[in-house]
Write a protein that binds this ligand. Sequence first.
Ligand code: ATP
Length: 708
Amino acid sequence: MDSSRKPLATRSNLSRLPLPGSRQKRARSPEDEVPSGGKKSRLEVPPPNQTTKPARSLSSSTLTAARNSAAARSKLKRTESSSSVNKRSTAPVTSKNLRTTEVQKSFNFRAPAKPQTSMTVRPRAPPTSAASKAVNQSLNATVVSTGAPKKRPAWDLKGRLQDMEAHMQRQAKDSSSLQGQLTQYNDRIVQLESQNQKLSGDVVEKEMASETAVKEIQELKNKLNAAEQEFETTKRTLQREIDDLQFQKSTLDRQKITLEGELAASMKEISGLKATVAEMTSAQATVRAELETAKLQLDAAFKDISNLKQTVQDRDNTLKIRDESIESYQEKERNHETERRKLHNTIQELKGNIRVFCRIRPLLGDELLGNDGVINHMNFPDMDGKVLEMDKLSDMSVNESVLNSTKGGRAVSKYEFSFDRVFQPESSQADVFEEISQLVQSALDGYNVCIFAYGQTGSGKTFTMEGSLQSDETLGMIPRAVRQIFSSALHLQQKGWKYTFQAAMLEIYNETIRDLLGKGKEEKHEIKMCGKGDSDVYVSGLTVVDVTSEDKVLNLLRKATENRAVAETKCNERSSRSHSVFQLRLTGENSITGESCKGILNLVDLAGSERVKDSGSEGQRLIEAQNINKSLSNLGNVIMALGNKDKHVPYRNSKLTYLLQNSLGGNSKTLMFVNVSPKEECFGESLNSLRFATKVNQCNIGTAQKKK
Ligand SMILES: Nc1ncnc2c1ncn2[C@@H]1O[C@H](COP(=O)(O)OP(=O)(O)OP(=O)(O)O)[C@@H](O)[C@H]1O
C-alpha cells in the first residue's frame, strides 16, 4: 500500500479533526481543496470494505446524502456567516473550511478497483451543484479513477451499463457508510454550533470588551495626548526650570567659590576664635573658681556683716552716748570760746591796746650796689626781734640818746628802738601776718581793729598792706586778713556763728574823701556819726559792697588800685600823698548761744611821712605837705590824748582820725607798722618815723570794749 494514502475519516479520525481556532491549517490548504490543473494529487482511498458500491444503488441513498449534504452546507453557511466575525482571526480553521473539507471527503468518488493502486485524478469541481451533477461527477470520477477498465466503446452499452451498476452498488455501500458519518458529522456540527454559539457569545463579549478596550484605548489615547501635552508643558516648564536652575547653579557655583573663600577665611577666624574660646574657657574656669572663692568670701562677709550690724548697732548706741557727750563738749567748747575771747582780749590788753611793729624793707635794685648790698647802719641785737639799733657816724648831727662807740676810727652814735616786734628785711609777708593774725581774729570776735602803716615814701607801706596780688607769697596784710576772716567764719559756723561782711575802700587826699570802689564819678563824701549815741561812724555816699568770698574782696582791691592809678595820672605821686583805707565791717550772730557781735577791720596805708621843708615847698606840694603833716600829727595827737587819758581827744581835727575814731581808743585794738627804708640816706626820716612809732607804742589807750 502506498504510504501517501490516507484512510477516510473515521469517528476517531473526526475527533482528531482540528477544532475551530486550532492551528492545523494545513488540513485545508488550497492545494487539497482545488488541485491545480495538470497537477497530480493523491486521492484518499477508503478502506477495502467501503470502497465500491454498485452504481444502481446510487439513486436514493445518494440523493439523501446529497440532501443532507446540502442541509449541512446551508447550516454551515449560517455558521460561516455567524462566524464571519472570526474571519479576521488568522490562525484557527473555520467551520466552513472544516465543512468543505469534510464534504469534499464525503463526496469524493473513489475508484472502486484496485484500491492499492495509486491513481491520478483530475481536479474536481466543488460539490456545490445538484445530485445529478454529483452523479455525473461520480461517474466521471469512476471512469477516470478506475482507470483500469478501458473505456468501453460506445457501442458496448451493456458493458457500460454493467460498469455503471457496479459503480452504483459501490456508491450505495458508500452512501450507508456516509450516512453514519453524516450523523456523526451532524452531531459534530451541533457540537460545533454549540461551541460556535459559545464562541459567538465569547466573541460578543470580546467585541464588547474590545469596544470597551477601544474606548479605553481611546480614553487612554486622549489621556495619553493630554498627558503628552501636559508632559510637553511640564517639559517646557522643567526646561525653563532647568535653565533657571542651571543659571542658579552657575550663580551658586560662583557663590560657592566666594563662600569657599569666605569659609576658608572663616575657618581661619574660627580657629582663632577657638583658640580665644579655649583661652576664655580657661579664663572662665579661673573666674568660676574665683567666683566660688568670692561666694565663700561673700558668705563669710554676710556673716561678718550681720556681726557688723550688731556691732554697728552697739556702736550706734555708743555714738548716741558720744553724741550726747559731744553736745556736752560743744557746749563746753562754746563756753571755752567765750572764755578764750575774754582771755584773748585780756592778753591784748596786757600787750597794750596799741601795738607797734617795725618793718625794714630790703635793699632793692640799685640800692644793692652800694656797700655790697649790706645795710651797715642797722643792727638787730636782740634774739626776740624786738630791738632795732640805728648807727650814725658822729659827724651827723643827731641829738638822740647816743651809745658812743667808734667804727672805722670814726665816732658812732647808736639809736636803739624797741617795739612789739621788729621785722628784718628778709622777713616774708607770711611772717608778718602771723604776728597780726590774732588781731585780725579779734575783728571776728566783735572788736574794732585798726592796722595802719606809717613811714616815709618808699619805705614799704603799700607792699606791707596790699602787697602784690600776682603771687600768693607777696600777698599783703589786707588779702591775708580777708582770707583768714572768711576761713575762720566758716569754721565758726560749726559753733553756731553766721557772719556777713561788707567792704569799702576810700582815700583821703588833701583832706578830701574819695570813693575807690565808686564808678569814677566825683562825689563829695562826708564823715557822719550814727547809731546809738552817735557811736558809729559812716561816710555818706560811700560804696559798700557785700562780700561773700576772698576772691570778691581781691577783685575790689584790684578795682581800687585801678582807680588810684587813674587819679595818679592827674597828680604825680598821689598814692604817696594820700591815705588809703580798706574797711571791712563784720556782723556775726550765734544761733545756738544767741550771741552777736559787730567788728570793723580798718587797714590803712598812710601817706608818706617825710617832712617837706615848708620853706622849699610851694603850690600843690605845699598843700599836700601841710595836709599830711596835719593829719599825721593829729594822729599822733589823738594817740597822745588817748594815752594821757585826756578828756578831749581831737578826732575831728583831721578826716583820718575822725574816720578812725572808733578804731582808735578804748573800744579798739590798734596796730601800727612803722616801715623803714634800709637806705642810709633815709636815716633821718627813718629816725623820725621810729620816734613817732615809739611815742605811739608808749601810749596806753585803754581797754578795748567789745561792740555788741
Ligand atoms: N618787704 C619788702 N620786700 C620786697 N620789696 C619791698 C618790700 N617793701 C617794699 N618793697 C618794694 O619797695 C618799693 C617801695 O615800696 P612801697 O611802694 O610799698 O613804699 P610806700 O611806703 O608804700 O611808698 P609810698 O608812700 O610812696 O606809697 C616797692 O617797689 C616795693 O615793692
